[in-house]
Design a binder for this molecule. Structure first.
Ligand SMILES: Cc1cc2nc3c(=O)[nH]c(=O)nc-3n(C[C@H](O)[C@H](O)[C@H](O)COP(=O)(O)O)c2cc1C
Length: 382
């Protein structure tokens, strides 16, 4: 418990629900409902070990946060999807990961590492032998650009998620988030767009679910075997894909029904706009979050994310019955977002990165460059 300070008194009382503690099924308790969304920063060392630049970036963003979810970390060398991605595929990664967990926890937040395999999305120059792997062969203009994993390789990746969990525990993290969202390998196995297998890993909705569920089981097993205290396991998913064939809300309901039976600590619904409405397979007049909360919220708590800009936006989510919110770009723009709300200064939350104040943001150079060169992504002005 934090000691009450003068600042607590100054918070607008209507925001109190954002600052209620929350205890997950595993027993991990966070001090408030606000989490930092996982964000890739392209700034780990070339071998995937943690760099000073990413510590410098994460420390100011961990202040007054309930929980910080790190950038996605690859569980195998062939799962690396970004230059400067943190790695969690080897025990030599543990000392750096320990520094990362401690840096977050020293600010009072719980530290969760997102575990990931990029599959088709891995650029060939980042993976061993430039061999990109996927659920099924992928051709571009008749050229094979990603090859289907063998049954044994699939098994090995499942095990790698368990090993990554053991390393997260040894590094002192409070939990892991399985990255089943944003079109990476786990989603590629569930999606009819990318999985045309006919073995035990594909061929029907149920078989396409086998890989995500095997990973959940392996991660939970590793947590039970290795964690000495409370350790949480969350799962991130994207509810719909734009293409046909592609995941619809109908298939997402099947996924969350299955995940809801796995005693997970949370499901994190990856959206760019928390208020976006269902496109296919459900009532298109209702938001995906409402539909998913109604479907599975009584079994497993949800984290909402996506354009939750203001304290009132966050409050609206909580008042709508979703217990947790995550902030991504908002925290890149203003690392003091939560501090300001807590101190009654929510009107001072900044909404655009100013190129003239570069130093104050503590953003690693490659992330800074990505922001400057990708108009319309993270708000930025010269
Ligand atoms: C720079 C950046 C990096 C991101 N990296 C990840 C990532 O590693 N894993 C992930 O699941 N989502 C990632 N995302 C998506 C965010 O977690 C979040 O879902 C998205 O930005 C929408 O939330 P927001 O409107 O609060 O930014 C990233 C987003 C940004 C802006």
């Amino acid at each position: 418990m934090r000691i009450q300070t003068k600042e607590d008194d100054q918070m607008n009382p209507k925001y109190k629900p954002l600052f209620e503690p929350f205890t997950f099924k595993s027993g991990v308790t966070i001090d408030n409902r606000i989490t930092v969304a996982p964000m890739t920063h392209y700034a780990s060392n070339e071998d995937g070990t943690i760099s000073e630049a990413e510590l410098d970036y994460i420390i100011p963003r961990s202040k007054e946060m309930g929980m910080v979810i790190t950038a996605c970390a690859n569980v195998t060398p062939d799962g690396k999807a970004f230059p400067g991605q943190p790695a969690i595929h080897d025990d030599s990664n543990i000392p750096g990961l320990k520094k990362l967990a401690q840096a977050i926890q020293a600010q009072g937040a719980k530290a969760v590492v997102q575990i990931h395999h990029g599959g088709i999305e891995c650029p060939s120059e980042l993976v061993p032998q430039q061999e990109v792997v996927a659920p099924s062969d992928v051709f571009d203009d008749g050229k094979l650009i990603a090859r289907a994993l063998t049954d044994e390789e699939v098994e090995n990746i499942v095990k790698a998620f368990g090993e990554a969990t053991r390393r997260a525990i040894e590094a002192g993290f409070d939990g892991v988030e399985i990255h089943g969202a944003n079109g990476y390998l786990i989603q590629q196995f569930y999606s009819p767009k990318t999985n045309q297998r006919t073995d035990r890993w594909g061929g029907s909705d149920e078989k396409r679910l086998a890989f995500p569920l095997a990973i959940v089981d392996e991660v939970k097993k590793a947590a039970a075997e290795h964690a000495k205290g409370a350790f949480l396991v969350g799962y991130r998913l994207s509810p719909e894909e734009p293409e046909t064939p592609g995941l619809t809300m109908t298939e997402t309901f099947t996924l969350v029904d299955a995940l809801g039976d796995k005693e997970l600590d949370y499901l994190h619904i990856s959206l760019m706009d928390v208020n976006s409405k269902a496109r296919r397979g459900a009532d298109p007049t209702r938001t995906r979050m409402d539909l998913l909360n109604e479907r599975v919220g009584n079994k497993v708590p949800l984290i909402a994310v996506g354009s939750i800009h203001s304290a009132d936006d966050a409050l609206a989510v909580i008042e709508n019955g979703i217990p947790l919110v995550a902030l991504g770009r908002e925290i890149l723009v203003d690392p003091d977002w939560t501090v300001k709300v807590k101190e009654g200064r929510e009107k001072q939350i900044e909404t655009v990165i100013k190129g003239t104040d570069k130093e104050k943001y503590h953003l690693p150079e490659p992330l800074w460059q990505a922001i400057v060169n990708t108009p319309g992504w993270v708000p930025y002005k010269d």
